[in-house]
Write a protein that binds this ligand. Structure first.
Ligand SMILES: Cc1cc2nc3c(=O)[nH]c(=O)nc-3n(C[C@H](O)[C@H](O)[C@H](O)COP(=O)(O)OP(=O)(O)OC[C@H]3O[C@@H](n4cnc5c(N)ncnc54)[C@H](O)[C@@H]3O)c2cc1C
Ligand code: SF4
Length: 572
């Protein structure tokens, strides 16, 4: 097969354009580097009327409001999901891992929840506290300057609380709690559970002239046409291009491997152009992999050569190992105190206005790591149908269920906004035996070998999920409510979601000082090839009881600064 080589020589080739790739693009291009961004999905701009789904009515959707099996609904801006046609993945030993992928410029940042939390000092050194997992080779003090810069560049709202392991940042004003959130605050107070304004990356105040301010439509998962929420293309890549950065975008381009020379150094990447299905090569002085934790591991494992027979970066046999996702368990409750509400517009930002960070001491519990609580509810714009069978709630008052016409209308008005739900999102322990590897017998539609997953939760995570369920039931009772559905049993893992479901997968190319037990050093540079860097969540040593993206962004900026310095000093 003929492979077409580009004559151009880039300073840096960045694979993937989500959180990690978007930030690397902005920092490297702003530093004057000639950059190629190679992205498997199509071009996307939330302000383009042809691509926009924000502010559309349910009946404008492809099935005119009827249900869909598309994750998060027809208007969600993920061009992808847990299953992608033509791009399978497999499992080993009957284990389960659900792998979410968004194929588009900006990756998953177009529809993420924008919960933007810093990891705290304990999160980088948790082994010192409980002896489990590993410490990071860096500490909070190394990342703090970059969290500060990310806060200021992108914008995040919140409040300064002085909590020891949930560090404050540079916050925009947070939106006020809504009625269901006030109920939550009251219920939590009865159990001494703290509640704080949430920390989300939507602009509640203008920070520059390129981006608008949030007008509270609650639809961030559709990506914001005025760029008031954080998406990698609108906030990082387009501004890098606008300020004169030399950025060439290669969209619909699926990277197969990193190419290397006889010294084992990277020379560029090869990719399949999805439009003509031909293979091309790009040349660059530096390769930055930011294709998401598992995709970058896959590219490394598929980059075999004489110098790297086990795959690039895999001399220590660590690529793909220590894969771990956040834990999750959920519960909803019916709150009679929220019935018969006046109807008014209660939309806010596209996410919760308050949340609870981890508040207990694990030394006094039977599981080692914490979780935070996310809360949902209220009277948002109905999406597809009403999301619940309104008159079924009559059963709680010994009234007849079922009905239509005026009685159904009356029931909808009576019950709409009276359901409130919780999601616990917790930290799991990274284990060597949870991994992804190349499946020797399966390829995707481009002929690229696919990933095979092996993943089991341990009892630590199950016990944590049991605690989540007990807490949620207590909170619902405190609010005078009735938990919906049965309490998940031990056999049901206490409602613990399958790994991959929470979409915070990290750890597949973890950082460390020892090349035998880690893939990259503390600057996210491969131990085995010093001109290859990884700026997605692969280098995470542990997950923390926080969502991971603010840390991806801070670390990508830090690694990019290091790349610029190393190129200047001609070290790479
Ligand atoms: C519904 C949802 C809600 C979420 N909510 C939150 C939240 O509230 N807070 C939080 O912190 N995190 C959240 N996340 C997780 C967050 O989206 C991810 O952590 C983050 O986007 C990861 O960034 P990334 O750059 O590593 O990968 P991605 O954003 O996935 O970007 C990777 C890019 O690489 C491209 N790519 C992959 N393989 C190749 C290849 N071989 N060649 C070329 N390109 C390739 C992909 O197409 C993609 O565009 C959420 C995710 C989802 C789906
Ligand atoms: S809630 Fe605000 S930031 Fe989110 S899409 Fe609507 S206007 Fe934009």
């Amino acid at each position: 097969m003929q492979i077409k080589e580009s004559p151009k020589m880039y300073d840096a080739i960045i694979v993937g354009s989500g959180a990690g790739g978007g930030m690397a693009t902005k920092i490297l291009a702003d530093a004057g580097l000639k950059v190629a961004v190679v992205e498997a999905g199509p071009f996307f701009d939330p302000a383009d009327p042809d691509q926009m789904t924000q502010l559309k009515w349910p009946w404008e959707s492809p099935r005119r409001g009827a249900g869909t099996d598309r994750p998060f609904g027809d208007f969600d801006t993920a061009y992808g999901g847990w299953d992608l046609e033509g791009e399978p993945y497999t499992h080993k030993d009957g284990t389960k891992f659900d792998w979410f992928r968004s194929r588009m410029l900006g990756g998953r940042t177009n529809h993420w929840g924008r919960i933007s939390l810093r990891f705290g000092p304990h999160d980088f050194k948790h082994k010192d506290i409980d002896g489990l997992g590993d410490n990071w080779p860096i500490g909070y003090e190394d990342v703090k300057p970059y969290y500060d810069k990310v806060d200021k560049l992108i914008g995040v709202f919140g409040t300064k609380e002085g909590l020891p392991n949930d560090p404050d940042g540079f916050f925009l004003p947070p939106p006020k709690p809504r009625l269901h959130e006030l109920f939550y605050i009251n219920g939590a107070r009865k159990s001494n559970i703290p509640v704080y304004p949430s920390r989300l990356s939507m602009l509640t105040k203008r920070i520059n002239n390129d981006r608008g301010v949030c007008f509270y439509c609650s639809q961030c998962s559709r990506a914001c046409q005025v760029y008031a929420d954080f998406s990698a293309e609108s906030v990082l890549i387009f501004p890098a291009q606008k300020s004169g950065g030399q950025v060439d975008l290669y969209v619909n381009s699926m990277v197969r491997e990193v190419t290397t020379n006889s010294e084992g150094k990277a020379t560029g990447v090869s990719y399949i152009n999805k439009e003509d299905r031909k293979e091309y090569q790009l040349k660059g002085k530096v390769v930055v992999l930011a294709a998401s934790a598992c995709s970058s591991a896959r590219i490394l494992l598929n980059s075999k050569s004489e110098q790297h027979p086990n795959g690039l970066g895999n001399s220590g046999n660590t690529v793909g190992k220590y894969l771990h996702d956040s834990t999750g368990s959920s519960r909803a409750g019916f709150i009679p105190g929220l019935m018969n509400r006046k109807t008014y517009n209660e939309d806010g930002v596209g996410g919760m206005h308050v949340y609870t960070p981890w508040w207990l001491d694990n030394k006094k519990l039977d599981f080692p790591r914490g979780y935070h609580i996310e809360v949902w509810g209220g009277m948002g714009m109905p999406n597809y149908g009403f999301g619940f069978n309104a008159n079924d709630f009559n059963k709680f008052f010994d009234l007849p269920t079922g009905g239509y016409g005026n009685s159904l209308r009356a029931d909808v008005q009576k019950y709409y906004g009276s359901v409130l739900g919780f999601g616990g999102r917790g930290e799991s322990i990274a284990l060597e035996d949870n991994y992804c590897e190349i499946d020797p017998t399966t390829v995707d539609e481009f002929g690229i070998p696919v990933l095979r997953f092996h993943y089991n939760w341990s009892d630590f995570e199950r016990k944590q999920a049991r605690h989540m369920q007990q807490t949620f039931e207590e909170l619902i009772h405190n609010m005078g409510g009735i938990p919906l559905g049965d309490t998940p049993t031990k056999e049901e893992d206490y409602g613990l979601h399958a790994p991959g479901n929470i979409i915070h997968e990290v750890g597949t190319t973890r950082m460390g000082d020892d090349p035998k037990r880690s893939v990259v050093n503390k600057y996210q540079q491969l131990h085995d090839a010093d001109n290859v860097f990884i700026t997605d969540a692969g280098p995470f040593v542990s997950q923390a009881d926080k969502n991971c993206t603010w840390t991806i962004l801070a670390l990508s900026w830090r690694a990019s600064d290091y790349i610029v310095e190393q190129l200047k000093q001609q070290n790479i």
